[in-house]
Unconditional design. Structure first.
Length: 455
C-alpha cells in the first residue's frame, strides 16, 4: 500500500522537474565596461545591417560566466559569456558567433522555444496522468513504463526541434556574414574550437550521439558551413587589424579583471610589454593592492596613447578605488570629454566627485550623473550616486526617485513602488520627474503581476 503514494509523489516531482528544466536561465551577473561594449557594438553593426534589422536596435550584453556560450532570450539582445571572449582567438571568431545568434533573433526562435517547451511539457504531463492512472489501477510497472516513455518522447521532441533551429541559424549567420563582406573563417574556426573542447571533454562525435544533444554535432556543422563559406566572395577578406587589436585589448582587460592576480601574471608576465599585457597586469596589480605598480602600467599605456579614453578611465578607476578620488578627477574628466560623456565613464567621474567629500564638486557630479542616466537609464550605480547628490542637497523627492530606479532594476518591486509613490507625492505636478515616478511604479506593479502569474 505504501508503493502507490510513493509513486504518485515521484510522478509529481517529475512533472515539476520537467517544467523547471525547460525554463531559461534568469539571473546572471552582467559585466559592464565601456570599451568592451563599444567593441562588441562595432563588431555587430555590419552584421545587423546585412540582416536588415534596424541598426542600433540590437545590443550585446556581456555575462560573467566562464563557460563558452552565447544566447538570445527574447527581444533583440545577444548575451555573450565572458568565457566565450576568453576562448576566441580573433575578433572575426566573435563576429561568427554574433552572426549565428542574430539568426536566432531574426527567426524569432526565443518565442518558438517557449512554444516548443509548452508542447514538450504537454507530452510529459499527459504521459504522467496515464502512468498514474495505470499505477493506481494496480499496474505499477506499466505505469512507470508509460511515464518513462512519455518523458523520452518529450525530451526527444524538444531536442530535435532545438537542433533544427541551430542548423538553420548557422546558415542564416553565414548569410549575414556574406552580406556584410566579413569572412566566415572565424565562424569555422570557432566551431573547430568547440569540437576540440567536446573531444577533450569526452563527448562523442558519433552520429548516434546526436539524438541526445541540443545542438548538431560540431563536425557536421563545420562540414556544412565550410562548403558554403569557402565559396563566398568574402572568404579571403583579410581580418580588420584595428578590430583585432581592440579585441586583444578587451580580452586581456577582461582576463585581468576576472582572474586571480597570480594567474594573470603567469599569462601576461612583466617581460611582455604589449598593450594587452599591460592592460591585464594593471588589473592584476590593482586587485593585489600593488597600486604603484598598477599606476606604472597605466602610465606606460597613456604615454604610448595620451588621448586613449580607456587608458585614462583605467587610471582614474585605479586611483579612485585606492582612496585617491581627487587624483582620479583629471584622467576621468579627460576620458569623459574624449568619449562625449560615455554613460559608464561619466558615472565613474560622478562617483569620484562625490568621493572627494567636497560639496563644491557636487554640482558637477549632478550634471555628469544626469547625463549618464539619460544615455543609459539601466545603470543602477549611476542612479545610486545621483541619489546621494540629491540627498546631500536636501532634495529628498528626487533622492527617493533615484532609489526607486535602483530598486526596480534590482527586482525589489515592493520597495520600488513605495519609493516611487513617496517621490511622486512631493515632486512638481506634471514635471518630467513626476511622470517618471509614475512610470517606475507602473513598471514595478507590472513585474509583480507577472511574478504572481508564473506562480
Amino acid at each position: 500500500m505504501r508503493g502507490r503514494p510513493q509513486l504518485l509523489a515521484f510522478c509529481l516531482a517529475l512533472v515539476a522537474s520537467m517544467a523547471f528544466a525547460f525554463q531559461p536561465v534568469a539571473a546572471q551577473s552582467i559585466l559592464r565596461d565601456a570599451e568592451t561594449e563599444e567593441l562588441l557594438k562595432d563588431l555587430l553593426a555590419p552584421i545587423v545591417e546585412a540582416s536588415e534589422l534596424e541598426p542600433g536596435n540590437v545590443e550585446v550584453v556581456l555575462i560573467n560566466d566562464e563557460s563558452i556560450n552565447a544566447f538570445v532570450a527574447g527581444g533583440q539582445a545577444i548575451y555573450v559569456h565572458s568565457g566565450l571572449i576568453n576562448a576566441a582567438g580573433t575578433a572575426n571568431e566573435v563576429q561568427g558567433v554574433l552572426a549565428h545568434e542574430l539568426g536566432h533573433i531574426t527567426a524569432g526562435h526565443a518565442v518558438r522555444f517557449n512554444e516548443r517547451t509548452k508542447a514538450a511539457n504537454g507530452i510529459s504531463i499527459l504521459s504522467l496522468l496515464l502512468g498514474v492512472g495505470a499505477a493506481l489501477a494496480g499496474a505499477g510497472d506499466a505505469g512507470m513504463g508509460i511515464i518513462a516513455a512519455g518523458q523520452q518522447a518529450a525530451l526527444g521532441t524538444f531536442l530535435s526541434f532545438n537542433r533544427d533551429q541551430e542548423a538553420a541559424t548557422d546558415l542564416a549567420g553565414a548569410r549575414y556574414l556574406s552580406g556584410a563582406g566579413i569572412s566566415g573563417r572565424g565562424m569555422i574556426k570557432f566551431f573547430e574550437r568547440l569540437r576540440g573542447n567536446e573531444i577533450r571533454a569526452g563527448y562523442s562525435q558519433a552520429d548516434e550521439a546526436a539524438y541526445a544533444r541540443t545542438h548538431p554535432l560540431s563536425g557536421d556543422r563545420i562540414q556544412t558551413l565550410r562548403g558554403l563559406l569557402e565559396q563566398d566572395a568574402a572568404w579571403n577578406t583579410p581580418e580588420d587589424p584595428v578590430l583585432q587589436e581592440r579585441f586583444l585589448r578587451a580580452k586581456a582587460k577582461l582576463y585581468g579583471y576576472l582572474n586571480e592576480p597570480k594567474r594573470t601574471l603567469v599569462a601576461f608576465p612583466p617581460s611582455d610589454t604589449s598593450v594587452p599585457a599591460r592592460y591585464a597586469r594593471a588589473y592584476a596589480y590593482h586587485k593585489d593592492a600593488r597600486i604603484d605598480m598598477a599606476i606604472a602600467e597605466t602610465d606606460a599605456l597613456i604615454a604610448a596613447e595620451p588621448d586613449n579614453p580607456w587608458f585614462l578611465e583605467l587610471k582614474g578607476q585605479v586611483l579612485l578605488e585606492s582612496g585617491r578620488p581627487r587624483d582620479a578627477l583629471v584622467p576621468l574628466r579627460r576620458a569623459t570629454e574624449l568619449t562625449r560623456a560615455h554613460p559608464l565613464i561619466a558615472g565613474l567621474l560622478g562617483h569620484a566627485l562625490i568621493a572627494t567629500e567636497d560639496q563644491s564638486n557636487f554640482a558637477e557630479a549632478e550634471t555628469v550623473l544626469r547625463a549618464s542616466v539619460q544615455k543609459d537609464r539601466y545603470n543602477p550605480f549611476a542612479w545610486y550616486q545621483l541619489g546621494v547628490v540629491y540627498e546631500a542637497r536636501g532634495d529628498i523627492p528626487r533622492a527617493r526617485l533615484a532609489s526607486a530606479e535602483v530598486q526596480v532594476m534590482n527586482r525589489q518591486y515592493p520597495q520600488a513602488i513605495a519609493s516611487a509613490q513617496a517621490a511622486e507625492a512631493y515632486l512638481p505636478y506634471g514635471s518630467a520627474d513626476w511622470i517618471r515616478a509614475q512610470d517606475v511604479a507602473l513598471e514595478a506593479r507590472a513585474e509583480l503581476e507577472q511574478i504572481k502569474k508564473r506562480r
